[in-house]
Design a protein around this ligand. Sequence first.
Ligand SMILES: Cc1cc2nc3c(=O)[nH]c(=O)nc-3n(C[C@H](O)[C@H](O)[C@H](O)COP(=O)(O)O)c2cc1C
Length: 318
Amino acid sequence: MSQLPKALQGLSLPVIASPLFIISNPQMVIAQCKAGVVGSMPALNARPAAQLEDWLAEITETLAAHDRAHPDQPAAPFAINQIVHKSNDRLEHDMEVCARYRVPIVITSLGAREDVNQAVHSWGGVVLHDIINNKFAHKAVEKGADGLVAVAAGAGGHAGGKSPFALVQEIRQWFDGPLALSGAIASGGAVLAAQAMGADFGYIGSAFIATHEARASEEYKQAIVNGNSDDIVYSNLFTGVHGNYLAPSIRAAGLDPENLPESDPSKMNFGGASTKAWKDIWGCGQGIGTISAVTSVAERVAQLRSEYQAARTRLALG
Ligand SMILES: Cc1cc2nc3c(=O)[nH]c(=O)nc-3n(C[C@H](O)[C@H](O)[C@H](O)COP(=O)(O)O)c2cc1C
């Protein structure tokens, strides 16, 4: 395991709750941080852009009040996700708001930019960059990212195609900084497995969609409760980048999940035009077979923690 920056130490469980387009909101982030795992949300979820300021004020003030009331059990830090892609015309504005609130962790996706990393470092923040292969991992670290999120096969939303074993093994040949593993992690045992492989954190998205706090429809949450890996379809049709989606939502949109056409990559857009696609076509990872009920965020984290502890005991790790 790597030497972690202070912001990433002292979690109650080695888990980063991943940013979820449209779905993550301050209520969810606050619940995740209070439960002792890193909570996160995409800056783009705040709409209009001016709302980001209100959301960051709410998150920072609520977590500070929590820490004053529970000095023995402080909240975990939160992260804001920035889509560093040319179609995101809000990046400059959103970075400026993050600077004002000294956001402790920034997760960058779809592009690695030196100036963005330097800006985060200037206020003492930590940058984790999303990658799907070893080549992009090298690029991200060369450009100044502090840590990596290795997005393996089976992850919800935009996902890679690599085995998590291959990805973590390759990265750990040369990188000893903070490393989170993403893709179908939805149990405490899987979090421990990620650590055994060499990652520092499990990075969990879909399991948090089936929570009361998530801004997703009841149908979406129930589809996760009812579904398993057989219901997940990997396609680049909806945003131009390959990702995993729930088949029932593709059928409901009048498409055949088994015969989807390829998309045109020149139509990629992550700055807002894809909002409708993400509302109707539900992103989801392959790990949902373990999710049997819609619960609160606190209950989900408590269950992950008890499974994690049980896995440690089973392996006689204490
Ligand atoms: C509905 C949905 C929306 C997502 N939106 C984002 C996003 O806006 N930014 C991002 O970096 N990752 C996003 N992701 C990917 C997650 O950060 C993470 O890699 C993934 O959820 C982990 O796999 P899991 O869902 O199997 O746990 C999204 C995933 C899902 C399921």
